[in-house]
Design a protein around this ligand. Structure first.
Ligand code: GDP
Ligand code: MG
Length: 314
């Protein structure tokens, strides 16, 4: 072998490696998690019509050639709620604020031409940021009068300096490729933080628990505000089949009854839907067992929250 063949390849034509953190922010329910899932092509962040479905910060990694964007889906920033002092609300606000530290770019999502007090609060929180902020005007598929969009885009442009204002539909994918291209422009030169085939920082165990929580949120809506969490007690991957045991914790006996439903119909339905999604996500057969247990006061107690994996970064 000649010396030449031993020299490592130096490909000066290759684009330098780029990588950065991108925070997805916006008031509850504007479509942050939906956008994240759309970008990744996988459901890693649960969604529902209910505000505050997302409780945990979930990272989504998207690598395209030399550029890696690490998206951070934040729990909705909210301050207005009447139970603002509950530990879980404080946790969620803290998590949302933390997500903004050290990011390279922000995607600020709003819902069509609606602008609420909560959007204003998010805007204020972005005021001191010096990184590029892209405004994504989401749910345009739902816009009855498309003509209303143009004057609105001009109006929001006056609210702060945005590097781009893009109408999108996170649900249907419209405009999302353009959004990703805009994000890619703002990623700094840096080695990649994750292997290119990794799509999230969260474990399969965590994703399984979240999927159960999503089905409960979707089925029960307002009947179970906050007072439910899911712990995966067993996650046994046997290759073709994964055995998952998940425990649902509620605060009161009445809530337990609601979750189980008449003749156990409700919990069966929740289990069925969660299992199907898990099979899609993990690409394997899933045997899912669900239990419900009453654990009083968990959502009010910062220590109990910690024991359930809601960690405060102090
Ligand atoms: P988040 O609280 O900001 O994370 O919002 P989610 O992603 O959970 O979405 C809230 C609701 O809006 C869900 O019911 C989504 O299906 C819906 N949604 C999100 N994006 C779109 C969109 O582009 N078009 C329509 N029609 N609905 C959307
Ligand atoms: Mg969300």
């Amino acid at each position: 072998m000649s010396d030449d063949a031993m020299t490592p390849e130096t490909d000066s034509a290759a684009a330098p490696s780029r990588c950065g953190f991108v925070a997805i922010v916006g008031r509850p329910n504007v479509g942050k998690s939906t956008l994240m899932n759309r970008i990744l092509g996988q459901k890693i962040s649960i969604t529902s019509r209910r505000p505050q479905t997302t409780r945990h910060q979930v990272m989504g990694v998207k690598t395209v050639d030399s550029a890696q964007a690490v998206y951070v889906d934040t729990p909705g920033m909210h301050i207005m709620g009447k139970d603002r002092n509950r530990a879980i609300n404080q946790f969620m606000n803290q998590a949302a604020n933390q997500a903004l530290r050290g990011v390279d770019c922000v995607v600020f999502i709003i819902d069509r031409t609606r602008w609420t007090e909560e959007d204003e609060i998010v805007l204020k929180r972005l005021a001191s940021l010096e990184v590029p902020v892209i405004l994504a005007v989401n749910k345009v598929d739902w816009l009855k009068d498309k003509k209303s969009l143009l004057p609105w885009l001009e109006e929001v442009a006056g609210k702060r300096s945005f590097t781009a204002i893009l109408p999108i539909s996170a649900k249907h994918g419209t405009g999302v490729a353009e959004l990703e291209q805009e994000v890619a422009r703002h990623l700094p030169d840096s080695p990649h933080y994750f292997p290119s085939d990794q799509i999230t920082d969260r474990s399969e165990r965590f994703l399984a628990a979240e999927l159960v929580r999503e089905k409960v949120m979707r089925q029960l809506g307002d009947e179970l505000p906050y007072q439910m969490t899911v712990e995966v007690e067993q996650f046994k991957d046997e290759g073709k089949i994964i055995h998952i045991h998940a425990l649902m914790l509620v605060e009161r006996d009445g809530q337990k009854k609601i979750l189980i439903g008449e003749k156990g119909e409700r919990i069966k339905q929740i289990g069925r839907e969660a299992r199907l999604e898990m099979e899609r996500l993990f690409n394997a057969k899933v045997m899912l067992k669900l239990w419900v247990k009453v654990k009083r006061g968990w959502s009010d107690d910062a220590r109990a929250l910690k024991s359930l994996g809601y960690t405060f970064d102090e």
